[in-house]
Write a protein that binds this ligand. Structure first.
Ligand code: NAP
Length: 479
């Protein structure tokens, strides 16, 4: 999604010598990889889309994954991004060579470029737990982002491991379809309800003929999520409002025993908040069971929990999340003086203003460390970061510099300010989550998304950067 976004922003700026390396045979990133039953985006579609390519024909407030994937494909085709993509070509290494990057692919091809932009996503590398005996399971077992569509689900017994946004959506998608769904919960989650409404033909037609309705819808959801973001970063009435909504939602579970087992021991929104109107209804169905005993091991016939019970199942879906700290990797990135990104990030990923890294000139990241990814729309964040990158490249085209890199001092100061802002946020109130880095500091933006936009779209302070000017002969511009 973010690669498509930046390619379009570059084209708009007249920069068309762009190569997109895509390791898969298709585009779409997370929307290509995730195809599990019940998949939808819990950010309303009116705002989970590019501001420059709004879709008036979304089918519902929260659209299903396949529809979102089709949207990105359409946009990529309309803006001729597809022509720039080298499919089935993985970047394995990129080395700084003078003022340029030498990119080496899995097909042993080399390409020299003036700027290197990573758009490799955050929730990309599946985290598969090492459960003893998993490999002996006689049925189908797979990670949620590698759904095996050969596995028959209708009338089968399905175990879903994990209660994040993915696990919750899968349970809702399978309840009533599978003969039995068992949800294996290690930690209970807070859930906020939001009704998903279909958009009727009249609404879709109105948005098609009156594009300003799309603009209004985009702005309205952006405002709503701005409210949400404020609740996350500072205590106050917004946080209390959402807190109450989560607790009231939990009250809809009528069996006190089940309600108690579904009650988290930390504050709402500390982990990424789950948006679902159907979850508690699904959990109260007779054919859906909550399992809170630890998984001990897997046998050919099913899952054995720590109390010794064998839960016989036909399918195991591992909704166990992703390695969220693997930004950019496993690409070997080699910057100034031979330093690798792995070495620089030994203690965890960090950057300057979410987009740049010291020692790695003319390299920019989309959705890099500390991007505002909470429950916000990543399409919007990508647009902001993409515009920031394009602004740098336009300056390079004007010959203001040959290479640019944030200084160590400015990067350290930025990260210090992040640490200083964290204590007010909900993410540090006592829970474990994929947000937390090795050092326990959330890898998130602790200010508003508007502040992110403001800072990235303003010209950053000159003193924060090390510019090299006139040190290189400029070869043909290629990106
Ligand atoms: P996740 O939030 O990281 O949740 C992983 C779940 O698996 C947690 O409940 C975790 O338990 C559990 N788990 C991990 N290892 C386990 C083990 N060995 N045994 C038992 N349980 C285990 O992952 P996710 O649900 O895939 O979601 C990741 C992110 O993707 C979301 O937070 C969201 O940002 C994004 N997402 C978005 C949407 C959307 O609609 N926009 C939909 C799906 C996902 P603990 O809590 O105890 O660690």
């Amino acid at each position: 999604m973010s690669g498509i976004c930046v390619a379009i922003l570059l084209r708009d700026a007249g920069i068309t010598d762009v190569t997109i390396f895509e390791k898969a045979a298709d585009l779409g990133g997370t929307w290509r990889d995730n195809t599990y039953p019940g998949l939808y985006c819990d950010v309303p579609s009116r705002f989970y889309q590019f501001s420059f390519a709004k879709n008036p024909r979304w089918s519902q407030v929260f659209s299903p994954g396949a529809e979102i994937h089709a949207y990105f494909r359409r946009v990529a085709e309309r803006y001729r991004v597809v022509e720039q993509i080298r499919f089935s070509t993985e970047v394995v290494r990129a080395e700084l060579d003078g003022d340029q990057w030498r990119v080496i692919t899995s097909t042993a091809e080399e390409k020299r470029v003036d700027f290197l932009i990573s758009a490799t996503g955050i929730l990309h590398h599946p985290r598969v737990p090492s459960i003893p005996g998993l490999e002996t399971f006689a049925g189908s077992a797979f990670h949620s982002a590698r759904w095996d569509h050969r596995a028959d689900l209708d009338g089968k017994r399905v175990a879903v491991v994990g209660t994040g946004s993915t696990g919750v959506q899968i349970v809702c998608g399978l309840a009533g379809r599978a003969a039995k769904v068992e949800l294996y919960q290690r930690t209970a989650q807070w859930v906020i309800p939001f009704k998903n409404r279909p958009y009727g033909r009249l609404v879709r037609t109105a948005h098609t003929v009156l594009p300003w309705l799309d603009d209004l819808g985009y702005a309205r959801v952006r405002r709503q999520l701005g409210f949400f973001a404020r609740a996350l970063i500072a205590p106050g009435w917004r946080r209390r409002t959402l807190d109450r909504a989560c607790r009231k939602n939990l009250d809809s579970v009528t069996d006190p025993q089940l309600r108690r087992r579904l009650t988290p021991t930390y504050e709402p929104m500390c982990k990424r908040l789950i948006v679902s109107s159907g979850f508690y209804d699904a959990m109260q169905r007779p054919d859906v069971e909550l399992v809170t005993d630890d998984i001990d091991h897997v046998e050919p016939g099913g899952i054995v929990t720590s109390d010794g019970v064998l839960h016989e199942v036909d399918v195991i879906a591992l909704a166990t999340g992703f390695d969220t700290h693997a930004f950019v990797r496993p690409v070997q990135l080699v910057g100034r003086g031979g330093v690798t990104l792995d070495e620089l990030w030994q203690e965890g990923p960090f950057g300057y203003l979410t987009v740049a890294v010291p020692q790695f000139p003319n390299f920019f990241m989309l959705l890099g460390p500390h991007s505002p990814v909470g429950n916000y729309s990543l399409t919007s964040i990508s647009e902001t970061q993409g515009t920031h990158v394009v602004n740098w490249i336009k300056r390079w085209q004007r010959r203001e510099f040959d290479s640019v890199v944030p200084t160590d001092e400015a990067t350290a100061a930025f990260n210090e300010s992040i640490r200083a802002a964290m204590p007010g946020t909900i993410w540090v109130t006592g829970c474990d989550s994929w947000y937390l880095g090795k050092d326990g500091v959330p890898e998130l933006w602790p200010w508003t998304p508007e502040e992110h936009r403001r800072r990235l779209l303003a010209e950053p302070p000159r003193s924060d950067f090390d510019f090299q000017v006139g040190s290189a002969t400029r070869p043909a511009k290629s990106l």
